[in-house]
Design a protein around this ligand. Structure first.
Ligand SMILES: C[S@@+](CC[C@H](N)C(=O)[O-])C[C@H]1O[C@@H](n2cnc3c(N)ncnc32)[C@H](O)[C@@H]1O
Length: 249
């Protein structure tokens, strides 16, 4: 089984809580306080081996000093199947709410999108296999554990996947700073796929053509677009706002 590392207390706590298969945890000597006691307690409950080591050893394992004194070696994150996303919606008695990321490359953006997707109860994220970031440890860290809860499906061809999903009732809202409709006027009560473009090029032509409508978040300042994860978060919360009455969390 392929193996990678996750770093930081919160991501490791979430991985342990979610029952992710962890081979071993390294804790830096002298950093056993605060949240670290929770890491140790959960590791013991899950029978995970803990090794205390100098900070330098942790930095060598993961090639960074930014590990908050704890590193875990885990089985690689698994991708979900499309059916898992539909089942997640069905289980909650909700219309499907998926995110499609068209070649998002920055792991911090993907992590942050997963974090908000978890917060708003989106049923899953769809990414292409090529020219896009996958489920790496940087993504896991940026997602602060949400990677454990939001199913991510990898597909060979996003445009073709949209055709398949349309047959299952999905509507696609493309997002673009130059989109024709103000997002405040769009409908989100049907089964919806929110399409987010890449950091550099935005949504590709083919994928854009498959979108049923193109929405924009109005911008009255000087820059021409928002960061992909910021735009995704605002729009995910708009879907949430439309679907949940105040106090009905
Ligand atoms: C950094 S932007 C891409 C900018 C790219 N140069 C372009 O021309 O589209 C990344 C993605 O964030 C989303 N986005 C950014 N600003 C937006 C806005 N004002 N309204 C809707 N979506 C936006 C879109 O999905 C966009 O493809």
């Amino acid at each position: 089984m392929s193996q990678e590392f996750i770093v930081g207390k919160n991501p490791i706590i979430e991985a342990l809580k979610a029952g992710h298969s962890i081979n071993k945890i390294w804790i830096a000597e002298g950093s056993q306080k605060g949240q670290m006691t929770k890491v140790v307690q959960l590791a013991k409950e899950n029978g995970v081996l803990i090794q205390h080591a100098p900070k330098k050893k942790l930095a060598q394992l993961v090639d960074t000093d930014n590990h908050q004194g704890v590193v875990a070696s885990i089985a690689a994150y698994e991708y979900a199947e499309m059916e898992d996303l539909f089942q997640a919606a069905e289980k909650r008695g909700e219309e499907p709410f998926f995110l499609l990321l068209d070649e998002v490359e920055d792991p911090h953006n993907l992590g942050s999108i997963l974090r908000t997707a978890d917060a708003v109860g989106a049923h899953g994220v769809i990414i292409p296999k090529r020219r896009a970031v996958g489920l790496t440890q940087t993504v896991a860290k940026s997602s602060t554990g949400a990677i454990e809860y939001v199913p991510v499906v990898r597909v060979t061809n996003l445009a073709r996947t949209m055709d398949d999903l349309k047959k299952r009732g999905l509507w696609f809202a493309g997002t673009d700073a130059k989109g024709t409709a103000d997002y405040r006027q769009a409908s989100f009560d049907m089964p919806i796929g929110l399409v987010i473009g890449s950091e550099g090029k935005g949504i590709s032509r083919l994928v854009k053509e498959k979108c049923d409508f193109l929405i924009r978040i109005p911008m009255v300042g000087h820059v021409t677009s928002l960061n992909a994860s910021v735009a995704a978060s605002l729009l995910m919360y708009e879907v949430y706002r439309r679907r949940h009455e105040v106090g009905s969390e």
